[in-house]
Ligand binder design. Sequence first.
Ligand code: HEM
Length: 308
Amino acid sequence: MAFIITALRRIGRGIFSRLFEAVFFASLLFWDFSLAIVNTFTFKRKIGSVTPKGSPGEGGVWPKYTPPSEGDSRCSCPGLNTLANHGIISRDGRDISFRELSDHVRSTYNFSPTFSLFVPRFIARILKRSYRTGRFDLADIDVHNGIEHDASLVRRDTFLQIHQGLPDADLVAALIKSATGPPPKKKLASLDDELRDPLPPKDSPYFHVAAQVAKATTDFDLNRTLTPRDLSRRLGQRRREAQADNGQYSQDTGHKMFGSSNASTLLTIFGGRMDDIYTFLTLFAFNRTVFRVELGIEEEVNQSLHLM
Ligand code: HEM
């Protein structure tokens, strides 16, 4: 008898949970569709007044960037790593509330309330935590084939590179070089020297990634934009490469859709501008010249080869 009651309870809960999710998703789609219609007929906010009052970034003033240090948690998502690097969520990338993440994604990137709710709630469910009360470290979201999947734009597959918080320099450079669009319509606001960001320590893996990207893209003019066609081409190449290099390659339709939707943030949030995207993907907001100068210092080479 106890077995029958337990079994019925579990089946009942399963059906309720599926029904609830179906209704939730349908309502979210309806909400999103309504927002899209309203947005079509209303004015866009002016540049400089998009970030809500009282949120970090108001009036273009962002909290200072600090490179991640050893022991900090970082993940496969450049959008979330950037929030931590600027202290918008905890700088060590740990103990973050899913609900607060929704608020920060919304106010920082001007994402729709629907996306800002859907994605953190989706990953909370994958991690079997409550969206309302649960907390996570950034690296937790790298659970393979949750949202994180093979054939990403700027990271080697988990099979080849376990630390998914570390972008791959060759892939970042290839993405940057794949941009074929015209120069952006508006000029980039120039940063004050004091706001330029510090280099991570030289023994940090992030330093090496950024240095390699700077070297590989030295002659590439960033005054251009990434187009939807560039992204489709690059994602297609990545899927072919990953299939050839990764004996455990897998990719279902849901992950393909996540891949395309992640890639699309580079168009919708950053307008495809390579000058901004370069900074976003390499994690550092400073001039490539710094690296060119640093990498050209002969004494550094001689010293490491014990020639001096
Ligand atoms: C709302 C919470 C978010 C979560 C839970 C999340 C999670 C993830 C995950 C797990 C990946 C890895 C997917 C893969 O394997 O390719 C990813 C990739 C990515 N995310 Fe996010 N993300 C969020 C918000 C954002 C935001 C706000 C942005 C942009 C401003 C963004 C931009 C990207 C980009 C460009 C990638 C692709 C990286 C690559 O292909 O290597 N994400 N995200």
